[in-house]
Design a protein around this ligand. Structure first.
Ligand code: UD1
Length: 367
C-alpha cells in the first residue's frame, strides 16, 4: 500500500510524526512524505523534523508563501505531477491548512482515495480560511478520522456517509505523550530566566486577530495590563511579526520589558513552556487541545472554536478579543480560580495505531 503523506505548515508536523512512525512498522505500507513548503523558515519547519524525529521529506514542492489562490494553486500544480508519477493507493492529509485542501482536491481529481486526519471539526465561521479548508476536504475525502464525537455529529449533519467516518481520537496527543519526557528536560526556562508558574505564555497568528488593527489593539491593551502582574512570553509567528511592523505596533512591545517577544520555538521547548506556564493565551487550534491534556488554563482569543470539547471537558475559556474579558479571566486564574480539565478517554496516544490498523483492514492496495 503506497501512501503519499502531505504536510505543509507547522501544525501538520506534530500530526504526521506518529503516523509516519506507525506506518514504518508495517512492511505492507510504503509511506512517502511530501512537504509542500507552505512553511519554510527553520523555526516554522525544519526544527520540528528534528524535535519530532520525522524522516526528511522524500519530495519537497517548495511552494512558499502567497495569496490563498496562489498558494493553493501552486500546491495543486506541483503535487499533481508527483501523484501522476507515484500512483499511490492513498493520499493522507492532516489538519486544515491550505496544503491540506490543495492536496485533497488534487488527489480526488485523479481518483486517488484521500484520508483526512482531524476531520469533522467546525468553527461555523466561514470567514476563517481554515474552515473553508475543513469543509472542502471533508466533503470529498474517503476516510474521515475524527478526534472527538462532535466531529462525527458535524459530518452526519453534512450528509457524510457514516461508513467513511472513524472516531480515532486526537493525533496531536500522540505526539504530546510520546515527547513529554524529552520536553520536560528542555532548559528553556533557565535560558529565558523564567520560573515555573511565574509567567503566562502567548501565541497569536490568526488573520482575524493580527491583520486587523482594532482586534490586535484590544488584545495588546489587555496584555499590557496583565504584564504588570506577571511576565508574558510571546513566541511570535512570522505573520504576526510582519503585522506588528506594518500596523506600527512595534513600540508597544519593545517598550514593555515584561512582554518577551521571541522567535517561534521548537516543539520540545514550546511544550516545556506550556506545561510550566501559569496560563496560556492563544488563538491556535492545537494549543487548546494540548493545554486541555496538560491541565493548564487556556484563554482562547477567538469568538469561536472548532474544538468545543476543550471547553466542555477541558481547561479552555473563550475570551474573544474583548479587553475586559481577557483581563477578568486572567485575574481569576491569578486568584486561584482555575478551570480544571477532565479526562478525554479517546485521547489516549494511540490514534496513529488506530488509523493505520483501519487502513490495513480496508480494500486499499488490494487490486
Ligand atoms: C497557516 C495555516 C493555519 C495554521 C498556521 C500555523 C492556512 C490558511 N493557515 O497560517 O491554519 O494555524 O499556519 O502556523 O493554511 N511566513 C514566513 N515564514 C514561514 C511561514 C510563513 O515568513 O515559514 C509568513 C508568510 O510570508 C506569510 C505569513 O507568514 O505572509 C502567513 O503564512 P501562511 O502559510 O499563509 O499562513 P499562516 O498564517 O502561517
Amino acid at each position: 500500500m503506497k501512501i503519499v503523506n502531505v504536510v505543509g505548515a507547522r501544525p501538520n508536523f506534530m500530526k504526521i510524526a506518529p503516523l509516519m512512525r506507525q506506518m514504518k512498522k508495517h512492511k505492507k505500507i510504503k509511506p512517502i512524505l511530501v512537504h509542500t513548503g507552505q512553511h519554510y523558515d527553520y523555526e516554522m519547519s525544519k526544527i520540528f523534523f528534528k524535535d519530532l524525529g520525522i524522516p526528511n521529506p522524500d519530495i519537497h514542492l517548495g511552494v512558499g508563501s502567497g495569496l490563498h489562490g496562489e498558494q493553493t494553486g501552486q500546491v495543486m500544480i506541483k503535487l499533481e505531477k508527483v501523484l501522476l508519477k507515484e500512483k499511490p493507493d492513498l493520499v493522507l492529509v492532516v489538519g486544515d491548512v491550505n496544503s491540506t485542501m490543495a492536496a485533497t482536491l488534487t488527489a480526488t481529481k485523479l481518483h486517488i482515495p484521500v484520508a483526512h486526519v482531524e476531520s469533522g471539526l467546525r468553527s461555523f465561521d466561514r470567514t476563517m480560511p481554515e474552515e473553508i479548508n475543513r469543509l472542502v476536504t471533508d466533503s470529498v475525502a474517503d476516510f474521515l478520522f475524527t478526534p472527538s464525537p462532535d466531529g462525527n455529529v458535524n459530518l452526519a449533519k453534512e450528509g457524510v456517509d457514516k461508513k467513511k467516518v472513524f472516531l480515532v481520537g486526537d493525533i496531536m496527543i500522540d505526539s504530546l505523550f510520546y515527547n513529554l519526557k524529552k520536553a520536560r528536560k528542555s532548559n528553556i526556562l533557565k535560558k529565558l530566566g523564567l520560573k515555573k508558574k511565574g509567567y503566562a505564555l502567548l501565541t497569536l497568528h490568526r488573520p482575524s486577530n493580527v491583520d486587523a488593527k482594532e482586534n490586535f489593539g484590544n488584545i495588546i491593551d489587555a496584555l499590557e495590563k496583565i504584564s504588570k502582574k506577571l511576565p508574558i512570553v510571546f513566541p511570535a509567528h512570522p505573520r504576526t511579526v510582519k503585522m506588528i511592523e506594518e500596523l506600527g505596533l512595534k513600540k508597544r512591545f519593545t517598550k514593555n520589558k515584561n512582554i518577551l517577544l521571541l522567535k517561534p520555538q521548537g516543539y520540545l521547548d514550546f511544550v516545556n513552556l506550556m506545561m510550566n506556564a501559569k496560563f496560556v493565551m492563544t488563538d491556535s487550534g492545537g494549543i487548546q487541545e494540548e493545554t486541555t491534556v496538560l491541565d493548564i488554563p487556556c484563554l482562547t482569543l477567538r469568538n469561536t472554536t472548532e474544538r468545543p470539547i476543550t471547553i466542555t471537558r477541558g481547561s479552555n475559556v473563550l475570551v474573544h478579543t474583548n479587553t475586559k474579558k481577557i483581563i477578568d479571566e486572567a485575574n481569576k486564574i491569578l486568584k486561584g480560580k482555575v478551570k480544571r480539565s477532565k479526562l478525554i478517554s479517546y485521547w489516549d496516544g494511540k490514534t496513529a495505531e488506530k488509523i493505520v490498523s483501519i487502513l490495513l483492514k480496508s480494500k486499499l492496495g488490494k487490486k
